[in-house]
Design a binder for this molecule. Structure first.
Ligand SMILES: NC(=O)c1ccc[n+]([C@@H]2O[C@H](COP(=O)([O-])OP(=O)(O)OC[C@H]3O[C@@H](n4cnc5c(N)ncnc54)[C@H](OP(=O)(O)O)[C@@H]3O)[C@@H](O)[C@H]2O)c1
Length: 194
């Protein structure tokens, strides 16, 4: 079984965006050191339009070959006219309202999301699956998540969009690694204890 990894940016108090979900206040922490880390370790998590703008579109995937997004997160790209925000990955968008995919590289998952994710996890591949968010999708897929990679930015939001749009349930994860950056960013990797 390959892993489903929720790779997510959040505030110190665990919010992935402001109450409307906007996470742009975190972007200023992507400085030279942190961008170097992303390029070296997780280049495929940089969206295609960003990779092109930064001249790094030729970077090889390191951890993932597949991405899953919720429709609301995908909408952010669509609003910019981008129909395939992760063109270097196989893209899946969960939606019951989008009946037709706007792009040949994007497959819509309308029914039985969990079954589809289990099918993808059962594929034979050295690469994992990148769960890109947002909150609602991560909540729906919580039981399927094997790994968390949490980028914590040195900001307190006070209120905002939760990391998981799910109900209270205590679940233990084991800390695998912690990496700190000079600007106060922290990246923690956790595995689910099964
Ligand atoms: N900080 C970060 O790293 C980060 C990363 C990603 C996203 N975000 C933020 O997250 C926000 C969006 O999160 P969100 O929680 O509002 O929405 P979301 O999880 O991105 O998308 C929710 C939508 O996904 C579809 N969906 C959810 N569960 C489904 C299921 N079981 N089967 C089929 N479709 C399903 C539904 O689409 P339909 O309504 O079309 O049926 C639902 O409305 C954005 O504002 C973005 O900025 C932050």
């Amino acid at each position: 079984m390959r892993k489903l990894t929720y790779f997510i940016a959040c505030s110190i108090d665990g919010f992935i965006g402001d109450p409307g979900g906007d996470a742009t206040s975190m972007v200023r922490f992507v400085d030279e050191e942190f961008f170097g880390f992303l390029k070296a370790e997780y280049p495929e998590t940089l969206p295609t339009h960003g990779r092109q703008a930064l001249g790094v579109d030729d970077l090889q995937n390191k951890k993932f070959d597949t991405v899953i997004q919720g429709r609301a997160s995908y909408d952010l790209a669509l609003k910019e006219g981008v129909t395939s925000p992760y063109a270097h990955l196989r893209e899946y968008v969960a939606s019951r309202t989008l009946k037709e995919s706007p792009d040949p590289n994007v497959e819509i998952i309308g029914d039985d999301l969990v079954a589809k994710v289990r099918e993808l996890k059962a594929e034979d591949s050295d690469f994992g699956i990148y769960l890109c968010g947002g909150s609602q999708l991560a909540g729906e897929l919580f039981d399927e998540i094997d790994e968390l990679v949490i980028k914590t930015y040195p900001l307190v939001y006070g209120a905002g969009m939760r990391m998981f749009g799910s109900d209270f349930a205590l679940t233990e994860f084991a800390l695998d690694s912690v990496r700190t950056f000079d600007n106060g960013v922290l990246v923690r990797t956790y595995s689910r204890k099964r």
